[in-house]
Every structure is written in C-alpha cells, then in structure tokens.
Design a protein around this ligand. Structure first.
Ligand code: SUG
Length: 439
C-alpha cells in the first residue's frame, strides 16, 4: 500500500502578525493586529483531525523554538535571555523576525520526492533555504534536523542540506512543487514552478520578489536523483506574483492526475500542460479556472487554490478555507464543480488565524508519499491518532496565550512559556530532545 501522508506544522506559541512578508498581501495587511496563538493552534489541529477522521495518514511536525535567542545573539544582542530580548526590542523588525511562528507553514519546510521517483529508491528531503525573507531564512537548519529525527532510517530516507543561501538559489520547497502520477505507487512527474531563472535575464515580477528560482529547482531535482524525462519546469506568470501570488500554491494545486489552477497561473500554460502530459504518458485532468469567473485578486483573497486536494473514493476531496465559502463567486464556482468534475466533495475549514498571515490549508501541510514499510519507519509518536489528539488540544489550552501582538515578543515570560510548552511537546510526540534549549 502506497499512500500520501500529510505532515502539518503545529502552530507555535509565538504566532503573531508582524507584517514580515512583503508580497504576501495578508501578511502585509494584518500587521500589528492581535493574534490568538491558542485559536491558531487549535484551528490547525482541527484540520489534522478532519483528515485523520477521513482516513488519511496525518502527521504532526513540531514548531521551531521561538523566539530564536541564538539568532538574536548572532545579531549582537547580549546578556542573559531576558536582556537579549529587551535589547532586541529596540530593533522590532529583528525581534519579530527571530520570533515568527512561520515554521507552521510546512509546505515551505522542504521539497520531498517519493522513493519511486528517486534513482536510489529512497524518499528524498531537501529543506528549503527560504532566503527571500529574513524570518524564514532562519528556519532551514533546524527544520532539517527535525526532519532527520522524524525520518531517521537511512535505508528509507535521504536528507540533503538546504541549497546555499543566495537569492540566485531561492528555494521555497513544496509550495512550488507538485507531483502528478497515475497512482501514488507509480513513477510520477515532478513539476517545479519558479518565478525567475536566477542567473539568466528574463521576465520577472516588478513589484514583488520571485521567491523561487529555476536554478534552485533544478538543483533539488539533481539532488533527489529524479528522472529528467519526468521532471517539468514552468515559469509562474510574473503578473500574478505582482498581484500577490507569492508561491505557486496560491494559484494552483494538483494531486495524482488532477490539476486545479487559474488560467493565468503560468507564463505558457498550454505548453506546460502539454509537457506534463507527455511526461505522464496520459492526459491530465485539468480544471482551468477562467478569470471571467474568478479574478486573480479574488483567488488571492479567498485562497481557493491553497486548498488541499485529496484522493477519495468518490473523486477528489477539496479541503478549502472558510473564506472561499464567503466569496459568493468562489462558493458558486465550487458548487458547480462538484459532480461535474473529478472533485466529488468540498469541505470548508476555519483557519483564519493562519490565513491572516497568508497561510491556507495547503501551506500548513507537507505531503510525503510513503509505502507501508516507510510509514512504519517514521518516528511513531508524530502520527495523529485518537489518543494524542485530545492530549495535543489540552497541551495547547494549557500553554498558549489567546492574545499576542508584536510588542509582546520581548516579554521574557513568553520565552519561558514557549520553552515549557515545547519541552512537553517533545514528550507527547515521543521525539526526545530536538530543541537547542533542551541540550
Ligand atoms: O512565507 N507568511 C508566510 C506564509 C507562507 C505560506 N505558504 C505557502 N503558500 N505555501 C510567508 O509569507 C507571515 C509572517 C508575518 O508577517 O508575521 C509569513 O511568514
């Protein structure tokens, strides 16, 4: 049995709105608003529970430890931890960058290729370097260590270092990577979407950064030992990046032989589809959403394309953010799709706390296709089940604040609360010590 597992990032206790992501319109718009870390974490857990109840393999990835005091020390803030935080508060942008709970968006944690696509028959992981944003560039090393702990068995799993941290090699992981296949166990077509080449001149967005380069995607494909005949690269339309589509998963989503995307997602859409179909050896089921029905702006506001597409018994299940139900044109469009397309069912989820930072259902999960044997080799405590779900809820309710704003990040009590919470979490997930403060 070969299936797709989803590993969701648990929202960390410092979830807040600091407006750190230029080009991510929700992040920019919600700067300074009160966040509710407790609600954010519970909303994320609820999504994981929905998938578990539907019978999908659902894993939990622990948040990175924040505030990242070691990073603040590297920036020259000194003294004991409380003094470091106090000094850093004089430079709020640095304190916010070192405190972001952004590791929750595990679609940016890494690019993952299933073993059947990789030359050595192992599942390959490359953490994303996330160089485009300071707060996110602090994630890759720690993310890599967590992934190595969870997917530790070297007979099944291969781990690479993040690509060198340079803009030419900007890599945002699975958010710009989709795998198409006729079945999870068959060799697939790995599809990489980039915003600019990285070394050669060419079209690129004018207003907002292109966070993924083709050079980076090609390097990941080489590292994973992918078959070049089954690897397809596509340029994202620079206009949609400038309209707020900062990752491809904000304008397209795919699963197995189905692609749901906006007609303006790619530079050369017809050539892209033809190449995927050639590599797949069969037609792709395409749902191409016309701008006349849903504008790019509405797509960005509703996050329609950041839905999760899951293979189900009666066609695909689309797990969409609640915002889609509230945009009449999106809800109407989705109602028309059900029963008249490979999508058999739409479920709406309240993920507002994450959405307000530009993170929808698909941002919160990392997909890992696994055989039963590989699944058995994953650290067992990270699988969500009937027993640990209530424990995790209770853990959130015990440790998380229900109100946090950027100025609270300097509070030394928040650091202590966060350490206490994460220390208990590694016990709940049976991971041993994974955080620097536990060393
Ligand atoms: O990198 N937001 C994240 C959202 C990531 C969404 N992921 C995917 N599309 N796969 C980002 O822009 C906002 C943090 C702040 O503003 O405080 C943030 O990092």
């Amino acid at each position: 049995m070969i299936r797709e597992a989803n590993f969701d990032g648990l929202v960390g206790p410092t979830h807040n709105y600091a407006g750190l992501s230029v080009g991510n319109l929700a992040s920019e718009a919600n700067l300074g608003r009160f966040a509710n870390p407790r609600a954010a974490a519970l909303q994320g857990l609820e999504k994981m529970k929905v998938l578990m109840d539907l019978g999908y393999w659902q894993g939990v990835l622990p948040p990175l430890a924040r505030p990242d005091v070691a990073a603040l020390r590297r920036l020259g803030f000194s003294g004991d931890d409380a003094q470091v935080l106090k000094a850093a508060a004089q430079e709020p942008i640095l304190l916010a960058a070192c405190s972001s709970a952004s590791s929750m968006w595990t679609a940016n944690a890494a690019t993952v290729s299933p073993s059947v696509d990789c030359a050595d028959g192992r599942v390959h992981f490359t953490p994303a370097n996330l160089v485009s944003k300071l707060h996110r560039a602090l994630e890759p090393a720690a993310t890599g260590r967590v992934l190595q702990r969870i997917f530790a068995d070297q007979a099944h799993f291969a781990h690479h270092a993040a690509l060198p941290a340079h803009e030419c090699l900007g890599d945002e992981g699975a958010a710009n990577h989709t795998r198409f296949a006729t079945a999870y166990g068959s060799p697939g077509v790995e599809f990489f979407v980039y915003g600019k080449h990285g070394a050669r001149p060419g079209k690129q967005p004018q207003r907002y950064p292109a966070r993924q380069t083709r050079l980076a995607s090609e390097a990941v494909a080489r590292l994973h030992g992918l078959n070049p005949q089954a690897t397809v690269y596509a340029q994202q339309s620079p206009q949609v990046i400038d309209a707020g589509v900062f990752h491809n998963d904000v304008i397209a989503v795919g699963n197995l032989d189905l692609m749901l995307c906006h007609e303006q997602a790619f530079e050369q859409p017809m050539a892209v589809f033809a190449e995927i179909e050639r590599a797949l050896g069969q037609p792709l089921n395409r749902i191409l959403v016309p701008a006349a029905r849903i504008s790019v702006s509405t797509a960005v506001k509703s996050y329609l394309f950041n839905s999760q597409l899951l293979a189900g018994d009666d066609g695909h299940v689309l797990l969409a953010p609640a915002e889609c139900e509230e945009h009449p044109e999106v809800a109407g469009y989705l109602a028309d799709l059900v029963g008249h397309s490979p999508i058999g069912r739409v479920l709406y989820l309240d993920l507002r706390q994450s959405m307000q930072n530009g993170g929808g259902p698909a941002c919160l999960r990392l997909r890992v296709v696994l055989t039963a044997e590989q699944k058995a080799a994953v650290a067992p405590g990270v699988w969500l089940n009937e027993k640990n779900y209530p424990e995790l809820r209770n853990w959130v309710e015990t440790h998380y604040r229900d109100r946090l704003e950027p100025k609270d990040l300097a509070d030394p009590a928040l650091l202590q609360e966060s350490h206490a919470a994460l220390d208990e979490l590694t016990g709940l997930l049976r991971l041993g010590s994974i955080y620097p403060f536990q060393a």
